[in-house]
Design a protein. Structure first.
Length: 392
């Protein structure tokens, strides 16, 4: 049996702290308050440290701890009423604490699968949200079981969420603290909850997120969940995105995921006219150009319905990306993970920067004329009709 100081010394002698991967502190003896703490090694910009995740009710609080202080921090937390701590390093062991505050080390064994380096923070695949890591909102939304294990039929959704957060992480520097993000057409809001968790719980940006959807029952359900999770800055509204306004002037980012047909264009137009710093859009069905497109030189493609449909979708997204660049955004068209109910896997991501050189619109207007098309985002942004010429 060891005292507090002796236990710190004994654990440090038993394992190589530099090879400590993770720890789980559990078995709280008191009711209420923090009931579990997860510890994991992370690295950021070449600096290694430990992230502590403290679970209290449906909330998760985060704390960072220097490598040299982690053993003392673990034992100190256990003194606050926890029965045990499972540690994984170059050796695995369990630390037990009795009701009198005495410590015992048990189950000491070699760990042949030890990873000698910390994970690169928010860069390795599936690191942002890990399979086997209990996150309350993921459990409540049916993505994981009570142990944090991803349910088999939700694996695709889980990969999609991590891919989205990875793409978000690449542009998070352009999202100011205390700003507002609008999700236009949020649906069941898996990605909305994930975004809120990432930006506020992990990155501590204190952003407010507003989700909009036409289905009032879905909105009511999402508001109920946000309240359960303690996500005070996450609110949902049953409103048509066509009539939204940036009343407070704080909207820094919009996302539009699987908004059907020209609803994507309306959402992009809001982001442009509000001067949003970041726009992330995953289009869904796209019918507008299919009904109009004509060009004799392209008949080899356009005479086949399925090819015409795919070409129309590609042309639609190319025009949207071009409009964003003309309006002063640095734009990327990227591969995304398929949505559950659509095979579309393209994301348009745009960042507004003073360094971006605006493009001329003449080339784009010539393109729309060549195919005899009118495209909604073009007409919303430039206020002129295009594609009125005779068939080419």
């Amino acid at each position: 049996m060891y005292t507090y100081d002796e236990s710190v010394s004994k654990i440090s002698e038993t394992i190589n702290t530099c090879m400590l991967e993770s720890a789980v502190i559990s078995g709280h003896l008191k009711k209420g308050g923090i009931y579990k703490v997860r510890v994991k090694a992370v690295s950021q910009k070449g600096k290694r440290y430990f992230q502590l995740e403290k679970y209290i009710d449906t909330k998760v609080l985060h704390e960072n701890c220097p490598t040299e202080d982690i053993i003392e921090r673990i034992v100190l937390i256990m003194r606050d009423g926890f029965k045990q701590c499972s540690i994984t390093a170059d050796k695995c062991l369990t630390v037990l604490m009795n009701k009198k505050g005495g410590f015992t080390l048990t189950g000491i064994r070699a760990n042949p699968s030890v990873n000698t380096g910390a994970s690169e923070h928010n860069r390795e695949k599936n690191y942002i949200l890990n399979d086997g890591e209990f996150v309350p909102w993921m459990y409540k939304l049916g993505l994981t079981d009570i142990n944090g294990t991803v349910i088999s039929k939700k694996q695709k959704k889980f990969r999609q969420i991590n891919r989205f957060l990875e793409m978000l992480g690449d542009v998070e520097e352009y999202i100011p603290d205390d700003s507002v993000i609008v999700d236009m057409g949020c649906g069941k809001s898996y990605l909305t909850f994930a975004m809120y968790h990432y930006l506020n719980t992990i990155k501590h940006k204190n952003v407010t997120i507003r989700g909009y959807d036409l289905k009032s029952d879905v909105v009511d359900h999402c508001n109920s969940l946000a309240e359960q999770f303690g996500f005070e800055g996450l609110k949902f509204y049953a409103e048509d995105i066509a009539y939204l306004e940036n009343a407070d002037g704080k909207i820094a980012m919009i996302i539009t995921l699987h908004a059907c047909d020209t609803a994507t264009d309306i959402a992009l137009y809001h982001g442009i006219r509000w001067g949003c710093r970041v726009i992330m859009s995953v289009p869904c069905c796209q019918h507008e150009l299919f009904k109009q497109i004509k060009n004799r030189d392209m008949d080899i493609i356009l005479k086949h319905g399925i090819l015409k449909e795919r070409f129309s979708a590609v042309l639609t997204d190319a025009i949207r990306a071009e409009v964003l660049e003309i309006m002063g955004y640095k734009t990327s068209v990227m591969e995304f993970v398929d949505m559950e109910h659509t095979p579309k896997n393209i994301m348009i991501r745009a960042v507004k920067s003073p360094k971006t050189v605006k493009k001329d619109k003449d080339e784009l207007m010539a393109l729309t004329e060549a195919f005899g098309i009118r495209q909604t985002l073009c007409e919303l942004c430039f206020g002129e009709k295009s594609g009125d010429s005779d068939e080419k």
